[in-house]
Design a protein around this ligand. Structure first.
Ligand code: NI
Ligand code: MN
Length: 227
C-alpha cells in the first residue's frame, strides 16, 4: 500500500505503513500549499532541482528532522555546505534507502541554487519503487522522447506530470508524455499555483482518457490517492 498525497505545486508525500517520502517540499510561500512545513514528518526528502518552487523547505526540514535529501550531486554538495544531510547521485543511478529504491532520471529543464542563481548541476526526475508500486515524478521538464525508455523499463503505476506550461511542458504536450510513459495512472501537477501556469486539468483528464490507456486522477492540494 502506498498513499500519494498532493500538497500543491510539485509537492507530494508518499507513505507506506511506516515511512514517508516528501518530494519537492515547496510549502512556505506556496499559495496553494496544503500543509505548513512545521507539520511535516519525513524519512526522506527528494528534490528534483534547485529552483525555489521545488527546493522549498528542504533545507529547513533536513536540519530540523535530520532527514536526508536525495538529489543530484552538485546540488547535494551545496545543500551539505548549508547544513543539510544530503545524498548526491546522478542520472541513471539508483539509491536503495531500504524502504524505497529511488532512481534519478533525466529532465529537460535547468537548475540553480539561491538568489544569485548559482549553477547547481542538472535537474532530474525520480522513479520511486515503494510498497510494491512504481511511481515517476517528472520534476520540471519538457516532454522528451526518452520518456519512452523510462516507461518501458519501469512498468509505472503512477506518473506525476507537470502540465502548467511556460516553465515546463503544457497540458497538450503532456499527452505525448503519457503516451511514452504508459503509466496506469497519471496525476497532473505544477499548474494553477501562479497565473502564468494556468491549465485546465479537466480538459487534460478528458484528453488522457480518450487518447491514451491511462486513467487521470486530479488531486486538489490536500487530497490523496491510495494504491
Ligand atoms: Ni524549475
Ligand atoms: Mn517549477
Amino acid at each position: 500500500m502506498v498513499k500519494i498525497r498532493y500538497l500543491g505545486h510539485a509537492c507530494f508525500t508518499l507513505e507506506d505503513q511506516s515511512k514517508t517520502i516528501i518530494i519537492d517540499p515547496f510549502l512556505t510561500g506556496n499559495p496553494v500549499a496544503a500543509e505548513k512545513s512545521d507539520s511535516i514528518k519525513a524519512d526522506l526528502i527528494l528534490v528534483t532541482h534547485g529552483h525555489s518552487d521545488h527546493l522549498g523547505d528542504a533545507l529547513f526540514l533536513s536540519k530540523k528532522l535530520g532527514t536526508p535529501i536525495f538529489t543530484t550531486y552538485e546540488l547535494s554538495v551545496r545543500l551539505e555546505k548549508d547544513g543539510a544531510k544530503a545524498v548526491g547521485g546522478n542520472h541513471g543511478g539508483t539509491y536503495d534507502f531500504g524502504f524505497a529504491k529511488v532512481k534519478i532520471t533525466w529532465a529537460v529543464h535547468s537548475s540553480s541554487y539561491g538568489e544569485s542563481l548559482n549553477v547547481a548541476g542538472n535537474p532530474c526526475g525520480f522513479v520511486i519503487k515503494m510498497g510494491g508500486k512504481n511511481i515517476y515524478h517528472a520534476g520540471d521538464t519538457d516532454v522528451f522522447y526518452d520518456m519512452k525508455l523510462i516507461g518501458e523499463r519501469n512498468n509505472l503505476d503512477v506518473a506525476l506530470l507537470p502540465i502548467g506550461g511556460f516553465y515546463t511542458m503544457d497540458s497538450h504536450d503532456a499527452i505525448y508524455a503519457v503516451e511514452y510513459l504508459q503509466p496506469k495512472i497519471v496525476i497532473p501537477m505544477h499548474y494553477n499555483t501562479f497565473p502564468i501556469i494556468k491549465a485546465d486539468a479537466m480538459e487534460f483528464k478528458k484528453n488522457v482518457e480518450t487518447k491514451t490507456k491511462a486513467k487521470c486522477i486530479i488531486l486538489k492540494p490536500g487530497e490523496f490517492l491510495e494504491l
